[in-house]
Design a protein around this ligand. Structure first.
Ligand code: 6GU
Length: 220
């Protein structure tokens, strides 16, 4: 649910998400909150009580949109995107990928009537400690992370599991042909054909890179 559908329409129909939808693995609907406004100018926001600066998204279009969606199917989660929400991470993506139906309401910071959050939202999520103008890009990030772990969404079923963060380790480096590019060499071990040693090398690389770049992950 968004006030700027154009921002995410292209994204949702491309790449892994687009392919997953064509394969029937995921179904994504973008709802324009303006379509639910009962105002004759299709207004979705209004001035804040208390004389604060900026505009606030009204209850009515959001409430009516959620009610219309709930009339069609049950929802496991109604998520609000906001910088003061719970930090989105790989475990949350995995968990949400197991749910059947999810609504994501794209928030505008300081910008949604708080009663929506109190009465309708089941989960508030942030994608990191920085402020975006709107929740649309956050919703796109979350959707990508959730859809790509669905079985069949990416070609090689193993590859989502070997992503960085799936085991709290950063991924090992990867290489492709040629083995020598301008004198830049691919590690010998990868050319050895020795499967067990390669697996061991990958794990050592993952641990070394995690220690060096993200020591906080090792504590988890
Ligand atoms: Cl979910 N929304 C907005 N507006 N800003 C953010 C965010 C979400 N996560 C990080 N910054």
């Amino acid at each position: 649910m968004t006030v700027i559908p154009e921002l995410i329409e292209g994204f949702m129909n491309e790449s892994i998400i687009g392919r997953a939808q064509k394969k029937g693995i995921a179904e994504i609907h973008i709802h324009n909150l303006r379509d639910y406004s009962t105002d004759r100018h299709r207004k979705v926001d209004d001035y804040p009580f208390g004389g604060f600066a900026g505009m606030v998204m009204k209850c009515q279009p959001i409430d009516d949109c959620i009610a219309a969606l709930k009339a069609e199917r049950d929802y496991d989660e109604i998520i609000f995107t906001t910088p003061d929400g719970q930090q989105f991470d790989q475990p949350m993506a995995n968990e949400l990928s197991l749910k059947k139906n999810i609504i994501i309401l794209c928030g505008h910071y300081k910008g949604v009537d708080y009663r929506i959050r109190e009465h309708l939202i089941t989960k508030e999520v942030s994608i990191g400690d920085f402020v975006l103008t709107g929740g649309e890009l956050a919703a796109a990030c979350m959707t990508d992370a959730i859809v790509r772990v669905l079985p069949g969404a990416i070609g090689d079923e193993q590859s989502a599991l070997s992503d960085s963060f799936q085991d709290n380790l950063l991924a090992a480096p990867v290489y492709t042909r040629p083995a020598d590019y301008k004198g830049w060499q691919v590690p010998d071990i990868l050319l050895s054909g020795h499967e067990a040693k390669i697996k061991d090398w990958e794990l050592q690389q993952a641990i070394e890179r995690t220690q060096r770049l993200r020591p906080d992950l090792l504590k988890k």
